[in-house]
Design a protein around this ligand. Structure first.
Ligand SMILES: Nc1nc2c(c(=O)[nH]1)N[C@H]1C(S)=C(S)[C@@H](COP(=O)(O)O)O[C@H]1N2
Ligand SMILES: [Mo]
Length: 407
């Protein structure tokens, strides 16, 4: 076969670092990171409890949602950990992905590009894998930045992107497993150093240049890049001093108690939360309560996190009425679900359906105060939900109505 010139010629690629062993190590590490990101991603989707009332963003019934389960309320930091891992590991894996792609770049110029039907399938899966990896990363990052330059729904796109990514990854790992096993087995012969012996895939150079960097140096570079990315994001979940350098975390960095979103942004005004505000309770014995009446009920204080899907979390001291007490007040039966509605006029986050477990948990509060003071308007005055281990978006602010109902 006649090959085009330049990068299509096998001798064009000269780095003595490339080879099946290097690619296998980078790929194995990347696989660990991707399994963490995928598991936490699907777990987060389940935490939205899409089978309940108004929670589904990816439509129920019609859509493919095999991994939905009732998310626990214990331990309270579970969703903060889940989402911290999802976002931080996802971002920190980017340098590793780039090193991995660098290590296999000669394959991009393999000639002829397709030699057999099996190779065509393999290459299509690769296209889906790399394409969906970049798509997931890009949509995840712009969501954290609250910037939606596209016209599709982020949640739906990120969800289906995940299925494409996971499917393509399974095909890729299955196809490459024999190569990886061989590379690890042959490792003994490589101890001598660089370069790796020429391999059928053409990763190791046939005409290597002298090394400018050791293999150890390359791993140090990749590890250093990953740690740097983690260092400027991890503060948003871990807190402490790290929070100040979390420059890649638009809301979790800097401030200890971020706002998402402000009252002004969703058109909630002072007049809407003035003396005329009432909490409407719907159940067998409907009731309507002013804020003073709520403050006269038994109050409880809990240290609970708000953990946003964006990866940031913050633990604060909340004081309010137990949701279960409000349910009993209006005669709700045990095991009832609760539809929470906000006086926010529009938008998806103005309502949520809470599961029976969330309603029954003693730490689930309709919070009236935070850290000993009345809730600030931006944090949901006059009343907001706080639910252990739930995604932040279910901690509805400016609550106006609670409807208790068995399923
Ligand atoms: N009514 C209403 N409640 C809401 C939101 C909203 O936009 N509207 N945002 C949610 C999201 S995504 C998060 S992470 C938390 C943030 O709470 P905070 O602003 O008090 O930190 O509030 C949740 N409650
Ligand atoms: Mo959020």
């Amino acid at each position: 076969v006649r090959r085009p010139p330049g990068p299509f010629a096998p001798a064009w690629w000269r780095s003595p670092l490339r080879g099946p062993w290097l690619t296998s190590v980078l790929g194995s590490l990347l696989l660990v990171a991707m399994v963490i990101v995928a598991v936490t991603g699907f777990a987060s989707h389940a935490a939205y409890e899409p089978e309940l009332g108004h929670n589904a963003i990816v439509a129920r019934g019609r859509d493919f949602q095999p991994l939905v389960f009732d998310w626990p309320t214990q331990p309270a930091w579970l969703y903060a950990l889940n989402q911290g891992l999802h976002v931080i590991v996802g971002l920190a894996a980017v340098p590793l992905l780039l090193f991995k792609l660098w290590s296999v770049i000669p394959r991009l110029f393999a000639w002829p590009p397709v030699r057999s039907p099996a190779m065509a399938v393999e290459r299509l899966a690769l296209l889906a894998l790399v394409g969906s990896a970049f798509f997931q990363l890009a949509t995840g990052v712009v969501n954290v930045e609250l910037w939606y330059p596209f016209h599709f729904d982020f949640v739906v796109a990120h969800y289906y992107g995940a299925w494409i990514f996971v499917s393509a990854l399974v095909v890729h790992v299955a196809v490459k497993l024999p190569v990886v096993v061989r590379a690890y087995r042959d490792r003994g012969e490589l101890r001598g150093g660089l370069p790796e012996p020429p391999d059928p895939d053409g990763l190791a150079p046939i005409a290597p240049d002298p090394p400018t960097l050791s293999r150890r140096g390359l791993f140090a570079l990749a590890g250093g890049a990953m740690l740097s990315v983690a260092a400027v994001t991890a503060g948003q979940s871990i807190g402490g001093r790290l929070r100040r350098i979390a420059v890649l975390a638009p809301r979790g960095g800097g401030t200890r108690f971020p706002v998402n979103k402000t009252a002004a942004a969703v058109r909630v005004t002072q007049d809407m939360v003035g003396d005329a505000w009432r909490l409407e309770l719907r159940g067998p014995r409907p009731a309507s309560l002013a804020r003073d009446a709520l403050l006269a009920l038994p109050l409880h204080t809990e240290d609970l996190p708000i953990a946003c899907v964006e990866g940031w979390s913050t633990t604060q001291r909340w004081t309010g009425v137990r949701l279960a007490d409000l349910g009993r007040l209006c005669g709700a039966s045990t095991g009832a679900l609760c539809l929470v509605e906000s006086l926010q006029p529009k938008g998806r986050f103005r309502q949520v359906t809470l599961s029976a477990g969330q309603v029954a948990d003693e730490r689930t509060l309709l919070a009236l105060r935070v850290n000993g003071a009345d809730l600030p308007l931006d944090h949901g005055y006059p009343a907001r939900m706080i639910i252990p281990a739930a995604p932040g978006v279910h901690c509805t602010k400016w609550v106006s109505r609670l409807t208790f109902a068995a399923t």
